[in-house]
Each structure stands twice: as C-alpha cells, then as structure tokens.
Design a protein around this ligand. Sequence first.
Ligand code: 5GW
Ligand code: MN
Length: 334
Amino acid sequence: MSNHRGSILGLFIFIILLALAFLSLYTRHLKALAFFKELPVPKESTPASIIDLDSKLKFSVRPHVQTQTSWNAPIMWELMFDDKLYDRMHKEAKTAVALTVFAVGRYLEAYLKTFLVSAEEHFMPGLPVTYFVFTDLPEEVPEITLAPRRNIRIVKVERHNRWQDISMMRMKTISEVIDKVLQHNFSYVFCFDVDQIFTGRFGSEALGESVALLHAHYYKLPKHRFTYDRNPKSKASMTAEGDFYYHAAIFGGTCEKVKALADFCYVNIMEDKLKNVEALWHDESHLNKYFWLFKPTKLLSPEYCWDNTISNAEDILIKRLVWAPKNYEKLRTR
Ligand code: 5GW
Ligand code: MN
C-alpha cells in the first residue's frame, strides 16, 4: 500500500519537474523571439562594396575538380584566381574584415594562440582585420603581436555545460555581435572554429556575399553519402538530395548575409530544443539546411580547410588551413 502511494508521489514529482523544465525552456524561447522582434531594421545606406571578379576566374585550369556550381557560384581552387588583383581591388574599396572565433574552456589554452599567430601570417594579408575572440576566460587570452591596422577584441561569454550547446550557441552570439558592432564597421565577417592552423594564404579571394566551405571528407563523395539531418522532427531535416556537404568550421560573407545565416540556425536550433530534438551534426546540420535553401555565392575548396589525416591529397595544391590535431580525452572532460 505505502509502496503504491510512493510510486504515485514519484509520478507526481516527475510530472511537476517535467512541467518546470518545459516552462523554463519556453520562457527562454519567448525571450529569444522578443530579442529578434526588437532588432532594428537594417540600414540600406551602408551596403558592403561587393567586389565581383568571378568573370576573371579560370574555371578550366583545374580539370580534375568541380570549379563552379550549377547556380554559377565559383568554387575557389588554387590557380583559378589572381591573388594580387583581388588584394588591389579590396584595398581600393577599403575592405575591412572581422573574424569571429570562440575559445571556451580548455579550447583556449589548447588552440587559440596558434590560431591567432598563424592568422596574422596568412589571413587576409594586407587588409585591416579585427579578431573578435569570445571566451569565458578573457584574462587568459594570450598576448600576440599584431601587424598595423590589425586589432583584437575580447568578448566574455558564459560557458554552456553541454558541448553541443557551446557549439550551437555560437550562432546567437554571432548574430548579436554583427547587429551591435560589425555591421557598422566591417564589409565582411568570417567565422572560424579555433581548432585550426593557417598554413598558407587565406586571402581576399575568399571574400564574397555568402561563402560556404566544402567539407574535406565529403567533397569527393556521391550525394547519397552526405550526412545531412534526415529526422523530420528537426528543423534541419533535409527532404531533398542537397548540393554539397558544407563544413561549419568556416563560413562568411557580408554582415547582412552572415547575420541571416546565424539567425536562421539559432531560431531553428531553439525550435528543436523545445521539441527536445537535436540535429544529427548540431549547428552544422542547420548550416547545411540554410545553404541548401539560400545558395552561397562563393564556395571554398577543401584547400581552405584540410584534414591532414586524409591520405589522398592529390587535389590539394596548397594547404591554406589545416585541422589541428585533437585530443578528445583532454578537451572534453573537466
Ligand atoms: C568542447 C567539447 C566538445 C565539442 C566542442 C567543445 C568546445 C568547442 C569547447 O569546449 N570550447 C569551444 O570554444 N568550442 C568552440 O566550438 C571552438 O571554437 C571549436 O572550434 C568550436 C566547434 O567545436 P569543435 O571544434 O570541437 O567541433 P568539431 O566539429 O570540429 O569537432
Ligand atoms: Mn573544429
């Protein structure tokens, strides 16, 4: 008898907890929606001067790889472009670039210094760049020497407990910083994972209105092997075959376009959370959905983000950026 009463009490407590959890998630969602409603209407007066040199690209110089999409966006491979021409045009247009990178928890000491030092050498050489470093440990950001007209701004963010959330909540932060700061001062913004090292020029040829990166592990695979989210319950779910499998470690474009991407991913991630679903590859699944609906205007080949553990690198004439080696044991426990 008392056993029976105990289980009814247990059930009761369980229902109360469930209701509380739902309520807390729901109020957070409402806050998020209110946040977006309050955003000012984008100003029409300050569009980025988009430099379009696509017609000058040599699309047939790399016969073994795809150099153009079906919607005529270029896929940037070595030898296709004249880097000096891009640099000259962007200097004339006074292009300024913002780079966002997150270094939360152990990722800071593991990766940030190498990332920044190598970026100083190879990322947008000759152009003004400001690094926006988001971290929970601002005082531990290493001091590095910056070239003239290159700056760093450190922004404190709170630390999420689940690593999936650290990765996904970047989208919300990126949207906010574009809205508050970047759109007024920068023509383009590029968002990077921190666990990577620049090893070759990653220059102004990579700038474009809406820029996506071909995932090194998938650029050669047939479409049916792409690991899109296929769970109809998730907003990231793909109902079609898709174009390419994009890597979320790098995306960029004009402030307006990157903000649209970040908002799309964030709102859909939150909607999934309310339904207690999570896309297969988290933010990357949502990013792939976005770029399927809103085609990127420029694609970066895997020369822009190579994984050295891939044995066949015959297409890779230059490694502009490589994945840093991972130590999951050390990074994902605390
Ligand atoms: C920690 C554990 C598992 C997954 C991500 C994290 C994590 C990611 C973290 O603790 N701190 C952090 O700053 N991040 C940021 O999210 C880094 O900028 C990182 O590059 C990015 C994506 O996470 P990655 O690089 O571990 O994801 P994958 O898809 O490259 O493995
Ligand atoms: Mn990464």
